[in-house]
Design a protein around this ligand. Structure first.
Ligand code: PMT
Length: 386
């Protein structure tokens, strides 16, 4: 059932850690590769020897036991298909929710871009503590809530680790979640570069992160992905590097007929220099210089007009009157969905790792997605438009 999948199992320092030995056996019986990372406190409840024998792999605890050139918090995160943290203590949950990386497990969690399951287990008063609850809300991972019953600390209440079957089933479900299986998706990203002369250009602040998050997520959802981007990136799907709006248009058009979904997350320049000077423009005696710009084609509008069966999604970058302008834009561009984001904010949008968006559809539907990291926003957008 889990053949070819690598599960990174994070164990933290709670009494329920002893139960995780059986979870490792369940994953192994399903043919998964299991790698275990423990917090130093987890070692008070289970031994490295037991875990190593069960998972048939090294068990990682210390951050600086570096065996080769690869930092382990990055290589372990890259190798795994899913991270399962069970039991997750209030301490570890709160650290991950606040980006604290003070041990190997929390560092990996911070770098982990694929699905994460968190199965909390703790005393019921700790579970009910509003700070712990707020921290849980900050996490956009799959949380398997604890069960109610007798707790090892002597209390009766909510805090027992949920059943191992539940953790196992959720792992299988998330690893096999492929809602875009068989679909061909084109995603654009980055700011286009419009040359003026051999040394100068105009562009914008787009980092390409939003488009990349969409492409990575679409790939993990099973899609056949083509990313058309102005940024350098190496991925295990097709990446086409472009520079200008005209280059981007030509690459989108080549792929358009065969696509099921097109998402235009790129910040495409509306204008380009009328002429690109073949030589560097020289400084003159004049205090002013005038350059003439001409309109670029509107790629989104053009493909929306040519659409047959494709789902076409545009983005909308606004610095004021977000919803009002987005409503006008979806009507004028003719796309199926428009994802509006406020690019005047520093904590979302351009270059940020986070975004907060409003999804508009052509029938007038509106869906607000609250601020989250771009991978979580990407997942929710893809689930919504599919
Ligand atoms: O890359 P990041 O740093 O992660 O930032 C993400 C982002 C802010 C760039 C992204 O979320 C975003 O908003 N992308 C769209 C930026 C943009 O060009 O918005 P716009 O409102 O000007 O254009 C609307 C839509 O038309 C966009 O889908 C754009 O790709 C498309 N367009 C625009 C002009 C043009 N000539 N051709 C187009 O196809």
């Amino acid at each position: 059932m889990l053949s070819g999948k690598t599960i990174l199992l994070g164990i933290t320092g709670g009494i329920a850690a002893y139960k995780i030995c059986e979870l490792i056996r369940m994953y192994k019986r399903a043919n998964a590769t299991v790698k275990v990372v423990c917090t130093p406190n987890a070692m008070n409840f289970v031994t490295k020897l037991t875990l190593q024998n069960l998972c048939k792999n090294n068990v990682y605890v210390q951050e600086f036991e570096v065996k080769d050139f690869n930092p382990e918090h990055i290589s372990l995160a890259d190798e795994a298909d899913i991270m399962v943290i069970a039991p997750a203590t209030a301490n570890t949950i709160s650290k991950i929710a606040n980006g604290i990386c003070d041990n190997l497990l929390t560092s990996i969690a911070c770098a982990f871009k694929k699905p994460v399951i968190i199965a909390p287990a703790m005393n019921c008063n700790m579970w009910e503590n509003p700070i712990v609850q707020q921290n849980l809300k900050k996490l956009h991972h799959t949380i398997l809530e604890p069960e109610t019953g007798f707790l090892a600390c002597g209390y009766k209440g909510k805090g027992r680790l949920c059943s191992l079957d539940k953790i196992f089933d959720k792992t299988v479900e998330l690893l096999n979640y492929k809602p875009l299986n068989g679909k061909k998706i084109i995603i654009t990203s980055g700011g286009t570069i419009e040359e003026i002369d051999p040394v100068r250009y105009i562009s914008n602040y787009s980092s390409g992160k939003m488009g990349l998050a969409l492409a990575d997520t679409a790939k993990s959802f099973g899609a056949d992905v083509t990313l058309i981007t102005t940024k350098d990136t190496k991925r295990d799907y097709e990446v086409i590097k472009v520079k200008s709006a005209l280059d981007m248009k030509s690459e989108v058009e080549k792929k358009f007929d065969k696509a099921d979904i097109v998402i235009m997350a790129a910040a495409v320049a509306d204008y380009r220099a009328k002429e690109i000077s073949p030589q560097k423009l020289k400084k003159s005696q004049d205090d002013e210089i005038t350059l003439t710009f001409v309109k670029n084609p509107d790629i989104l509008k053009e493909i929306s007009a040519q659409k047959t069966s494709q789902t076409i999604v545009g983005f909308c970058a606004e610095s004021e009157n977000l919803l009002e302008n987005a409503k006008e834009k979806i009507a004028s561009k003719g796309c199926d969905y428009l994802i509006a984001n406020d690019i005047s904010r520093k904590d979302i949008g351009f270059s940020s790792d986070y975004n907060e968006v409003t999804i508009l559809d052509k029938n007038g539907g509106i869906k607000q997605l609250e601020r989250a990291d771009k991978m979580s926003i990407a997942k929710r957008i893809l689930d919504y438009i599919n």
